[in-house]
Structure formats: C-alpha cells, structure tokens
Design a protein around this ligand. Sequence first.
Ligand SMILES: NC(=O)c1ccc[n+]([C@@H]2O[C@H](COP(=O)([O-])OP(=O)(O)OC[C@H]3O[C@@H](n4cnc5c(N)ncnc54)[C@H](OP(=O)(O)O)[C@@H]3O)[C@@H](O)[C@H]2O)c1
Length: 326
Amino acid sequence: MNYRHLGRSGLKVSELSFGSWVTFGNQMGEDKARECMAAAYAAGINFFDNAEGYALGQSEIVMGNVLKKLAWRRGSYLVSTKFYWGLHVGPNEKNTLNRKRLLEAIDGSLTRLQLDYVDLVFCHRPDPTTPIEETVWAMHDIVARGKAVYWGTSEWSAAEIMEAWQIADKHHLHKPVMEQPQYNMFNRRKVEYEYARLYQDIGLGTTTWSPLASGLLTGKYNAGIPAESRANLKDYEWLKPALTDLEQIDKVRKLAPIAADLGITLAQMALAWCLKNPHVSTVITGASRVEQVHENMKAQDAVEKLNPEVMALIDEVLGNKPLEEG
Ligand SMILES: NC(=O)c1ccc[n+]([C@@H]2O[C@H](COP(=O)([O-])OP(=O)(O)OC[C@H]3O[C@@H](n4cnc5c(N)ncnc54)[C@H](OP(=O)(O)O)[C@@H]3O)[C@@H](O)[C@H]2O)c1
C-alpha cells in the first residue's frame, strides 16, 4: 500500500481507504463488517470513513464494536466522522452546522465509536444558514479540545472552503485540512476543475468518495439491477435513475474491453483511474462483501497499467474533460 500526505498536513493516509456508507448497519452487521475491515487493514488501509448520519448512528456503533474486537493499536489507524444531517428532527438538530449542534454531535459520535477522539471530522455539507465563522470556531474548538485531530469539509464549494480557511488563518485557529468530494470517471468537475487553485494556495487534501459511482462502473448494472445490489435496497431507490442511465451504461460497456486488454477488472480500472490524480489523497472504497474488498485492493497494482495512451482511450470513451471547460 502506498501512503500519501493528506494535503499539506503531516498526516499520511493509505491511498485506498474504506468507508461504511450504505453498508454498515444496513447490508452488514458486525461479523461481515469485521471481515471487511480486517481484509482492508491487512491490505495496508489505515483510514476508515464514517458519519453520524450513516444508518442513523448504527454505522458508528458497528464500527466501534468492530474496532474494539479487532483491538488494533490506536496509532495504526484513522477514523472519521461527519456532521450536518443530524439524527433527530428539531430546529437545532437537523441540517445545521451551528455551534451547539457540532459540539454535541462530536460527543455522540465518540460514544458510539467508543473512541477518545476521531482523526478526521468533516462538515458533511455546507450550511448556508449558519455563519461560516461560527462553524469554523466550533470545528477549531473540537480539535483544540482533543476530540478530533484534523477537520475538513465535504461537498463545499471552493469559495466556501477558502472563506473558512481565511477566517481560521485570521484568528490563528485550526484550519480546514481536507475536503471530501465525489470523484469518479463520471464526476470530475469539483476535483479537477473547481478546487484546482486550492491544492496550491492552501494545500487542500482530498478524501474522495464513490469511486465506482455506487457500483455502476463495475459493469454490474449493464444488464439491469442485480438482486443483490445497493440499488435494490429500501431507502436507496433514489439511486436507481443514475444506476440505470443508458448513456452511462453505454460508456461502461465501452470501457470493458480496455480493462480486459489490461488484464484487470472494470472495478480495478475505475479505482486505479482515481489514484492517477495526484490531488487525491485517498480514494474511499466501499464494499458489501469481503470478495469486493479483495478485488478492489488489487487496484493499486493496476495504476501503472494506466499509461498516457490508456488514459487517452478512457477519456475518449468518457467524453468529459472538465479542465477544458470554459
Ligand atoms: N462525504 C459524502 O457525502 C459521501 C457520500 C458517499 C460516500 N462517502 C464515503 O465514500 C465511501 C465509498 O462510497 P461508495 O460506497 O459509494 O463507493 P463506490 O465504490 O462507488 O460503491 C461501493 C459499492 O459498489 C459495489 N461494489 C464495490 N466493489 C465492487 C466490486 N469489486 N464489484 C462489484 N460491485 C462492487 C458495492 O455495492 P453492492 O452492494 O451493490 O454490491 C459497494 O458497496 C462510503 O462508504 C463513505 O465512507 C461519502
């Protein structure tokens, strides 16, 4: 496993990491989760991504129990959580990054995870109704109180990230270190275009999500929705339109021979493609069974096969090059 610096910070993250969205507390309980986390850790993964909202807190409970059972050295792994959507309906408990909520949220997550601190804490979405300054002070206080080590954002605009960074800089507060955006062959704009300045200007790191576009890029949706898939889960019907989009599926079909010629699977090619971008600090993978973890970990070896000619072939199929947008 290769390790990359999380932006300009001193922290090193494994270039592939493992997240629990959809899966923990939904598709898998503790036993399967432990099997997957153990396989990921054995492959060298040191970062496990979570959020308070995943399975309404159940995902953190499952991960906390698994970590306790596996009893790894605390210094050998990183855990994250994220706040925004909340766990309860109420004016100060839902869709907010206000100070009260953030300071209460971190304590709830630490209890569910059974940890003294998380390594990374994210503002899961921007909250245009709370002043960014209030959020920055609260995130600083969470770090200053030793409850998280680094803080960052998820799906914020470049302007919002820059504003947060400048407020922190002005008041000598802990600055946002990383952003968690979607990044895959079908969603390139934020990472390749919108954030381009931030890598240089503020040393932004990225922990990118949905590298397989929820499984679409594995080819598993080419012949319809498989019974054993995320798109078939109750509460995830909203994923169906994207996972059955004929234009995207046509592209996946055209990518298949490129992967076959390289002797790798489509999933491995899609993950390796994300790893080719040096502004990606870590690609957060997801899996609903351990076989997928094993297959996905081999993506590291596929990176060198994606030479400039192969990358050009892939671009031709995708037909999207955000950096060239006007
Ligand atoms: N910050 C945010 O807003 C945000 C949003 C989304 C995700 N995330 C983070 O990013 C992580 C990864 O996102 P993601 O789960 O959407 O990633 P993904 O890689 O796009 O999708 C993972 C899913 O694809 C299927 N899959 C994985 N490997 C496969 C393989 N080799 N062959 C066939 N199918 C395979 C599995 O679903 P099936 O059950 O269908 O097989 C698996 O759960 C999440 O766990 C979470 O930590 C963050």
